[in-house]
Design a protein around this ligand. Sequence first.
Ligand SMILES: NC(=O)c1ccc[n+]([C@@H]2O[C@H](COP(=O)([O-])OP(=O)(O)OC[C@H]3O[C@@H](n4cnc5c(N)ncnc54)[C@H](O)[C@@H]3O)[C@@H](O)[C@H]2O)c1
Length: 357
Amino acid sequence: MANPAFWNGKRVLVTGHTGFKGSWLSLWLLNMGAKVTGLALEPPTDPSLFALAGLERRMDSRIGDIRDPAAVDAAVRAAEPEILIHMAAQPLVRLSYDEPVETFATNVMGTVHVLEAARRCPSLRACVVVTTDKCYENREWPWPYRETEPMGGYDPYSASKGCAELVTSAWRRSFFGKPEAAAIASARAGNVIGGGDWALDRLVPDCMRALMAGRAIPVRNPHAIRPWQHVLEPLGGYLLLAERLWGNPADHADAWNFGPSDDDARPVSWIVSHVVGRWGDGAAWELIGGDHPHEATYLRVDSSKARMQLGWEPRLGLADCLDWTVDWFRRYHAGENVERVTLDQIERYEQMDGKKP
Ligand SMILES: NC(=O)c1ccc[n+]([C@@H]2O[C@H](COP(=O)([O-])OP(=O)(O)OC[C@H]3O[C@@H](n4cnc5c(N)ncnc54)[C@H](O)[C@@H]3O)[C@@H](O)[C@H]2O)c1
């Protein structure tokens, strides 16, 4: 679990802070007393957790494009970060089919620009580059992927994240080898869910939009099985990894999987039925037909390394993740203060101390 005493007073640069994961991470860091700077485009959705939680007022928020090396350089120079967590990306598989060039420009060259600026930043000691479990060459086999397995990717998004991994590894070996250099690691997590995600074409946001509007939930691939985890699980992993990079860089500057436990890989139909049950009020779901682009059907990562060497472990079972998410949206829908709702869940998570509820 992240150690608040470690983060208190640390200068942290978060790229992608206006997005779903970035907003949760920024709130968590601020709550622990970190001095947080963010670099990202405007929030990718409206509404957004970033706007609703008032993050613009609480942190040094810089709107800029990581495809522009000068914008990245300026943000890094202004923030003088001790720790950098790079999450800015075009993160949607389906959009990557429509906008492959933009996806590669942001996810690959954007990562190059961030690592180049990091290389010139003397204050920096630890950097976590966030990619995804989809960075692996998916062989559609039943075994979970380990960190040593080859990068790949069928669709442009997955391939761009595989490339971002290769970039990170090349920069680490070529430029960050000296003892005085910052320690660089990459983190590969699965599909996340949680309050405040309004992204298009993602199952749980689709569910919440439909439920709040009183409509049936549209479902495309009811039998697709994916690893699901609450947003706080990988974020907790990124924080723990950054702490270890700081304390013992030689043993941690590497790639790390942060996946859910095997019991939490469930078909979409199970997820939707659970959400419908938790929401109540006569909620329902319906199957949507049509031609859908190729999406990998099964992909699990093996997180033994994070468990054994970082002491990281998922804390929330899938049913709890869904319940926390539905509860978040219910409280938002009822007009509660979004920052408070989000911090309640962060604090509850912190208090769990490795025990599933
Ligand atoms: N959400 C998931 O299920 C999931 C799973 C695995 C990995 N990830 C990874 O986690 C990270 C965050 O994902 P998210 O779900 O919060 O996505 P999001 O779309 O909610 O946020 C993306 C962030 O990146 C910023 N961004 C996009 N293009 C940019 C550019 N050219 N320049 C500067 N900023 C730019 C956006 O403004 C936003 O702040 C991404 O790297 C994503 O690939 C997400």
